[in-house]
Write a protein that binds this ligand. Structure first.
Ligand code: AMP
Length: 175
């Protein structure tokens, strides 16, 4: 089962990047091309029935499977990046993370009004990052149709916070 494989492969790193945080390191997953393929297929399966025009991925780990997912769905991929990285004109949103804060940016011409957008990131913690991403998407008059993650840290209640910003939250594995 994909959930068991992910849990066996993800590496817990204690006290990174701050004391008290257990960081879920997905780099061991990336070392297996087979597992990456299985995860992409599982994401596609979980999202079946959802109309998706565009996948957005959140810097930087959201780019990894976000792009694979967009390719599998045969739809465009749009990167949401941290401040100062996107070269053309951007819109910005501040966000609070499990272990800090950041500003996210989106190119102002990245989405077309009315497009149905899926947000992808590797992990859902408090939900602050995805809330900021959802605000950027709606600022461009596009519609957030769902959020997808490899991992959700359910004890941080991110799913509750996201209810206001997206109709559906999907995760392949939860803790
Ligand atoms: P949040 O905004 O609190 O939901 O944090 C989610 C973002 O921070 C994602 O981009 C994750 O990659 C990263 N993140 C937060 N907590 C962790 C954690 N315990 N392990 C790995 N990544 C994390």
């Amino acid at each position: 089962m994909i959930e068991a494989k992910i849990k066996q492969t993800v590496r817990d790193v204690a006290d990174f990047p701050k004391p008290g945080i257990v960081f879920k390191d997905i780099t061991p997953i990336l070392k297996s091309a087979e597992l990456c393929g299985e995860i992409t297929a599982a994401l596609v399966k979980q999202l079946a029935g959802l109309k998706i025009d565009v996948v957005t991925g959140i810097e930087s780990r959201g780019f990894l499977f976000g792009m694979l997912l967009a390719q599998a769905l045969k739809v465009p991929f749009v990167p949401i990046r941290k401040a100062g990285k996107l070269p053309s004109k951007t819109i910005q949103q501040a966000c609070n993370l499990e272990y800090g804060s950041a500003i996210l940016e989106l190119h102002e011409d990245a989405l077309i009004a009315g497009q149905k957008v899926l947000i992808h990131d590797d992990l859902l913690a408090t939900g602050g990052t995805v809330v900021a991403a959802a605000k950027l998407i709606t600022q461009l008059q596009a519609e957030v149709v769902g959020c997808s993650f490899i991992i959700a840290l359910d004890f941080l209640n991110g799913r509750e916070i996201l209810k206001e910003f997206t109709p559906q939250t999907f995760a392949l594995t939860s803790y």
